[in-house]
Design a protein around this ligand. Structure first.
Ligand SMILES: [Zn+2]
Ligand SMILES: [Zn+2]
Length: 172
């Protein structure tokens, strides 16, 4: 006997105690999983609206709050920008690109015990850690790479283009 196929959507949102799986929450979580670019609530709204035209921005805010409170979604805050959201469940840090404003997930190589890395004052209890870096993402760093600003070797002599080079004519 073939077991009845499970509806695909039941797998999308991991079950969490006390979290009701509404269609909106599923759609929002799915949108976050589909593209890990750390969208803002408005970005999520625009994405979910294409398949759920009746959804409101307020509902998206509420669902994101609920998902964040349940731990399924992380709120990513950077300076005074609007919160962005991340559904990556693995331990990771965030790289904020100062050039294109993107947020990239930096996965942890090894599991981390905070007290082994940070000098924690006595009595401090860590409930959650959010590590972030500022710098350039791969794309921006590549785009700005061929800048010989800190070249160690002496500057190259001015190159004349091949057209203006006197060509050597062998004497007949
Ligand atoms: Zn992230
Ligand atoms: Zn960038």
């Amino acid at each position: 006997m073939i077991p009845p196929a499970e509806p695909a959507s039941s797998e999308i949102l991991p079950s969490k105690k006390g979290l009701r799986q509404t269609e909106q929450r599923k759609a929002i979580f799915e949108a976050l999983m589909a593209k890990a670019d750390h969208p803002s609530a408005v970005d999520v709204f625009m994405r979910v609206k294409t398949r759920m035209p009746s959804i409101s921005l307020a509902t998206v805010y509420n669902c994101l709050d609920t998902l964040a409170a349940s731990g399924l979604v992380r709120t990513v805050n950077h300076e005074r920008e609007p919160s962005r959201f991340c559904a990556n469940q693995q331990d990771h840090a965030h790289l904020f690109c100062t050039s294109c404003n993107s947020v990239t997930d930096l996965p942890l190589r090894n599991p981390v015990v905070p007290s082994e890395i940070w000098d924690l004052p006595e009595g401090v209890q860590i409930a959650d850690q959010q590590v972030s870096f500022r710098g350039l993402c791969s794309a921006c760093s590549e785009a700005s790479a061929p800048r010989p600003r800190f070249q160690q070797s002496p500057p190259l002599p001015v190159q004349t283009s091949p057209d203006t080079n006197p060509t050597f004519q062998p004497q007949a």
